[in-house]
Design a protein around this ligand. Structure first.
Ligand code: N01
Length: 534
């Protein structure tokens, strides 16, 4: 059987920002690399998420690679927050500049990865029939890459088009003169709704849980701002890397908790964050995600803004969340709440009266049929574990990763899993990933993995594997830190709560700087918590 497998030293799954940079590092280090990507080209999340209004909500000057100074100096962003087409152009620019596409087979989905203990090799199989055996297997599969389509009775009978925001048609969708229904009010919907509403004849928004959204205040990025950052790019990056989310160090912050200010000072602080736009609103005080009382002051501020903007008091009340702000991923918008003042937009609350079924004509909720010509599912992703669990990954003794994770993901540092030697994950569960500027976390993981592989090769070592004990301690540590915050208090995709039947486990690690310290210390101590063998 072994002869039928082509050979490479490393296989990389995914050609998003993680896979591209991993390919660059390993190729530079002299390894032969084979990459596979399910999409038709590079870009990962930015390849698939082409819905109207798709835009990054990390500011452009921060949402980029920092491994090459010439690259970060030469690339010019046009807006404060880059839109999807511009980010995809950037991914292509990087891929071309470093000649990375040659490492990948596109339109090729990895279906299985099996550890062959006798040969100490990963045997990777794809839906194109390719088989490659490699010493290292690196999963650069992204945190939000498997879409979540809830089971709606009758969906297949709907006579119009159905589009998921996370798998949007490349040619775009023309909503002119259409009655459109959109299900979901997360980040994707909050970006898409104002744009679809401006084009469609009518837009019906089906909302189960209202979300807090903060104005992005997007606009052209001035050359002056761009050149001032570029003049000290390394220092700018270094400051951001000391922040819990690896972003926003230059945003205006008060030194303490929200209740240390009196009501007037607090109002001023929130107002300045609101006017500045973006995540600065939520990092203005240091205790908004640990103290319920502090959090409520910020939540109340947003609810008041919603009440000011939305003219119909009933609609305003429906749009006002009651849970902790920031517990679910915060959203940034351009004209979201204002959109509900348009005469062609209807908000339907599907919490009290859930969607019963979808018929050829539209969506039935609360006994009423909402007739639509076209449906948009903005229903999110099977986050963090979904894509890994869809690949048949088998470690020692044929153990399936999916079974190992049946009660929720277990990892060491979000990088490795006991029983799965020489398999690495980039921004896996148990790492800061989705709570940070992803580009920063991705780069930190790729650098760590590249250094680890260099260490193994330099010392003639054949395998590295997390120990069960280190893994257990890490999982307990990730949970303990999350337990000190307000994150577990609501039903978010961070907890897997958006996918029926998914184990409820808080998946990301809270706090980028501490995490990096820990990863560096593990490496410095000869890969403490890992077993190395030759
Ligand atoms: O998905 P979501 P998303 N019946 O899971 C609703 C990143 N992102 O694609 O809250 C009715 O947030 C669900 O309702 P509920 C970002 O990290 C980034 O919007 O579960 N409704 C919710 O409203 C983000 O957090 C950017 O009650 C149902 C919605 O669908 C992540 O991707 C832009 C339902 C899903 O919201 C995911 O965002 C976009 C049902 N059966 C996304 N099932 C930027 O950087 C689900 N829903 C800007």
């Amino acid at each position: 059987m072994a002869e039928r497998f082509e050979r490479a030293e490393a296989v990389i799954v995914g050609a998003g920002f993680a896979g591209l940079y991993m390919a660059h590092r390993l190729h530079q280090a002299g390894l032969t690399v084979r990459g596979f990507e399910a999409g038709g080209d590079v870009g990962g999340t930015w390849y698939w998420n082409r819905y109207p209004g798709a835009r990054c909500d990390v500011e452009s000057m921060e949402y980029s690679y920092q491994f090459d100074d010439a690259l970060q100096q030469e690339w010019e962003w046009s807006e404060r927050y880059a839109g999807q087409p511009e980010i995809l152009r950037y991914a292509n620019h990087v891929a071309d500049r470093f000649d990375l596409k040659r490492h990948f087979a596109f339109n090729t989905r990895v279906t299985a990865a099996t550890f062959d203990e006798d040969a100490n090799l990963w045997r990777i199989e794809t839906d194109a029939g390719t088989r490659v055996a490699a010493h290292f297997c690196i999963m650069a599969t992204g945190c939000l890459s498997s879409t979540n389509t809830p089971h709606f009775k009758g969906l297949e009978s709907f006579r119009g088009d159905v589009h998921h925001t996370g798998k949007w048609p490349h040619e775009g969708v023309d909503f002119s003169d259409q009655r459109v229904g959109i299900i979901g009010t997360g980040s994707s919907a909050i970006q898409a709704i104002p744009i679809i509403a401006a084009q469609a004849r009518h837009l019906t928004v089906f909302q189960r849980t209202p979300n807090y959204s903060i104005p992005a205040r997007n606009g052209p990025l001035s050359p002056a701002v761009q050149s001032s950052v570029k003049a000290e790019y390394d220092a700018f990056r270094a400051r951001n890397s000391k922040m819990p989310g690896a972003l926003g160090a230059d945003m205006p912050m008060r030194p303490g908790g929200a209740l240390e200010d009196d009501a007037e000072a607090r109002q001023r602080q929130y107002e300045s964050g609101w006017q500045r736009g973006g995540f600065s609103f939520l990092i203005g005080y240091n205790d908004l995600l640990v103290s319920r009382e502090s959090n409520e002051t910020a939540a109340q501020f947003v609810r008041e803004r919603i009440a000011e903007v939305v003219e119909n008091p009933h609609t305003a009340a429906l749009l006002s969340p009651s849970n902790v702000i920031g517990c679910k991923r915060p959203c940034l918008d351009t004209g979201y709440y204002e959109t509900f003042n348009r005469p062609n937009v209807t908000l339907v609350d599907v919490r009290e009266a859930p969607i019963e079924e979808i018929t050829p004509e539209g969506v039935v909720a609360g006994g009423e049929t909402h007739a639509v010509d076209c449906l948009v599912l903005a229903t999110g992703f099977d986050a963090m574990t979904g894509t890994l669990n869809r690949i048949d990954i088998r470690g020692r003794g044929g153990e399936a990763l999916k079974d190992k994770w049946s009660a929720g993901p277990v990892t060491y540092l979000g990088l490795a899993v006991a029983g799965f030697p020489n398999l690495f994950m980039i921004s896996g569960p148990g790492s800061p990933s989705v709570l940070t500027n992803m580009l920063v976390s991705i780069q930190q993981h790729v650098d760590w993995i590249a250094a680890c592989i260099a260490h193994l090769r330099g010392h003639g070592l054949a395998a590295i594997e997390a120990t069960e004990q280190a893994q257990e301690e890490w999982v307990a540590h990730v949970n303990a830190i999350a337990g000190e915050t307000l994150y577990p208090t609501c039903n978010s995709w961070y907890l897997g709560a958006n996918v029926p039947g998914k184990p409820r486990v808080f998946m990301p690690y809270v706090g980028y700087p501490l995490y990096v310290e820990r990863c560096d210390a593990v490496a410095a101590q000869g890969y403490e918590g890992f077993a190395l063998s030759n």
